[in-house]
Design a protein around this ligand. Structure first.
Ligand SMILES: Nc1nc2c(c(=O)[nH]1)N[C@H]1C(S)=C(S)[C@@H](COP(=O)(O)O)O[C@H]1N2
Ligand SMILES: [Mo]
Length: 237
């Protein structure tokens, strides 16, 4: 996995204004150690800077720097526009009888599912015991009344670039949610808020951030990282 080679993508080195060299890496080890004594702030900043290395770190080794059990903020695009409770919309369309567009308030009024589950990126970092909450994807699919041609689900992001997919069987799992809550509070912008996917039994790349559209399709269409080498089956283990 992680054999992607996409020089046109924004990367951490673009952001930092310099390539990641050996001295930088040694410096990061020091900073990571400082994070242990200096508290989560250093780790947050470092994690934020290291995050996009998923775009150019085929070995995944950089993801194993001593940041502790902390989230990295990943985005394959540069900045992503902010959507608020007033502006956010989620469309459900494709092979359905009842296409719909939901506001954040619409989603908040639907039955909410809550659970605690580890978040795991395929490059090696993980965050245990994350509190998740949101609407089961199966609820939205059921409301849409799928046609017999619907065999898979495709996700789009309002970052304009990221896509993902699930088979219908995966999509109907009770632990696959359109997440409104993460870490026990509303999903922050950096984590893909106000609404992101969370597919609990799968690696992080299956969980689209800044979710804007859910499309029922007749075949499973490979997503962003899957056209760059990742397994379309993102199940952990
Ligand atoms: N829109 C979008 N969604 C995304 C990504 C991304 O770059 N853009 N990265 C994926 C990957 S590889 C991981 S591990 C998680 C990271 O989630 P986080 O940024 O909240 O830590 O988001 C996933 N969803
Ligand atoms: Mo990831």
């Amino acid at each position: 996995m992680g054999t992607e080679d996409a020089p046109s993508e924004p990367s951490a080195s673009d952001r930092a204004g310099a390539p990641v060299g050996r001295r930088t890496i040694l410096g990061l080890v020091g900073l990571g150690a400082a994070g242990v004594v200096g508290g989560s702030r250093v780790q947050d900043l470092l994690g934020r800077w290291l995050g996009p290395l998923e775009a150019n770190d085929p070995t995944g080794l950089l993801a194993l720097f001593p940041l502790g059990d902390t989230f990295r903020f990943y985005s394959v695009t540069g900045s992503v526009r902010t959507e608020t409770a007033a502006t956010y919309r989620l469309s459900v369309s494709g092979e359905v009888a009842h296409a719909a567009t939901y506001t954040l308030a619409d989603l908040q009024t639907m039955p909410q599912t809550h659970f605690v589950k580890e978040f795991q990126c395929v490059t090696g970092w993980r965050v245990p015991d994350v509190q998740w909450g949101g609407v089961q994807l199966s609820e939205l699919i059921t409301r849409a009344r799928t046609s017999t041609r619907a065999k898979a689900v495709r996700f789009r992001s309002f970052d304009g670039t990221y896509t993902e997919s699930l088979t219908m069987a995966e999509a109907m799992r009770s632990d696959v949610i359109v997440a409104l809550q993460m870490l026990g509070k509303p999903v922050t912008h950096d984590h893909g808020g106000p609404v992101r996917m969370y597919c609990a039994s799968m690696y992080g790349y299956k969980s689209t951030k800044w979710l804007s559209a859910i499309e029922l399709t007749d075949t499973e269409i490979p997503g962003y990282w899957e056209t760059r080498g990742y397994d379309i089956n993102g199940s952990i283990g």
